[in-house]
Design a protein around this ligand. Structure first.
Ligand code: FES
Length: 149
């Protein structure tokens, strides 16, 4: 006989957990996220002069953000993998919207503070990108014009 949810095994258990969670929130519909964390996981060819967030540990940061969200059982924000957001020299880069807050050089250990921000706390000032960090380029690209929008 199948599980009460009609789904076998652990999938049925996860569905029951989700239903129990949403029932305590008074609705079955998932509300729209209040914030988004766009995590650049771009990977360039290693011969490219610009570094890539993926090569600097972005996938581990992305994974840890999702894990921390799960531990806190909070659906008020969404963690999304993104492509390059142009601050490659100081990656891994995370953009928090609608706050328009940008973090650089993020490592896994920074994740709890970033999730505090995603849950409505203040931005993590020590991780915020400065304006001049957007203009950094590898020596091989110093004489090229800056990228255009
Ligand atoms: S590769 Fe991540 S910001 Fe460019």
């Amino acid at each position: 006989m199948p599980a009460a949810s009609g789904l076998p095994g652990s999938t049925g258990t996860r569905v029951k957990s989700w239903l129990a969670l949403t029932a305590t929130q008074g609705a079955y519909a998932m509300p729209a996220p209040q914030r988004f964390a766009f995590v650049c996981i771009n990977q360039r060819d290693p011969s490219h002069p610009r570094p890539s967030c993926a090569a600097n540990g972005a996938a581990d940061v992305f994974h840890e953000l999702r894990e921390e969200q799960g531990r806190r059982v909070d659906t008020s924000f969404k963690v999304v993998a993104s492509g390059c957001t142009e601050a490659c020299m100081v990656g891994p880069v995370i953009a928090i919207f609608p706050d328009n807050v940008w973090y650089g050089g993020v490592i896994e250990q920074d994740v709890p503070e970033i999730v505090d921000h995603l849950q409505g706390g203040p931005p993590v000032e020590r991780l915020r990108l400065r304006g001049d960090e957007w203009d950094l380029r590898p020596p091989e690209m110093e004489n090229r014009p800056p990228p255009t929008a």
